[in-house]
Design a binder for this molecule. Structure first.
Ligand SMILES: [Zn+2]
Ligand SMILES: [Zn+2]
Length: 155
């Protein structure tokens, strides 16, 4: 029964300003992270979490992303209003940023690509102390007055 529920789940997401939104019917089993240097630069991050939407009913429900051709073969989609990285678009299909989904916790990667670019200190993440945002309020009292302007996650 649980599998059937997952099969019919509509997954939604979009950029941080909400100008771009998307919907796709799950499940989306092909989730990964890519450590390659091109993905690092495209995401402004140390790896790129992406999930393939090849062969699905994926659709943009508001504006479409703008694209940057990061190579002769691949386009990278992003929101021109707020800059959120949204897609990796190759000749064999498209993948979407896992963090752009309203519920990224449901899309667990199961493989790493681009291992030649993997940042060594990623091995140590679980050794570092961790704090919640509100635990940090003494060092950053402005957090008490913070009002998000990001488009909210949908249920
Ligand atoms: Zn945006
Ligand atoms: Zn990559």
């Amino acid at each position: 029964m649980r599998m059937k529920t997952l099969m019919n789940t509509i997954l939604k997401g979009g950029c941080q300003c909400g100008a771009i939104r998307f919907e796709v019917t799950g499940p989306l089993p092909d989730a990964s992270i890519c450590h390659c240097r091109m993905c690092q630069k495209a995401f402004g991050n140390v790896f790129a979490p992406l999930v393939s939407v090849r062969g699905t009913d994926f659709r943009w429900t508001k504006a479409e992303p703008k694209r940057f051709a990061s190579s002769n073969l691949v386009n990278r989609g992003f929101c021109p209003q707020c800059g959120t990285p949204l897609t990796y678009e190759a000749p064999d299909g498209m993948a979407v940023s896992i963090g752009a989904f309203d519920h990224p916790e449901t899309l667990e990667p199961h493989i790493q690509y681009g291992m030649e670019g993997r940042i060594g200190w990623l091995d140590h993440v679980n050794d570092w102390p961790g704090k919640t945002t509100m635990e940090d309020i003494e060092a950053a009292p402005f957090l008490d007055k913070l009002v998000s302007r990001q488009y909210p996650d949908e249920p």
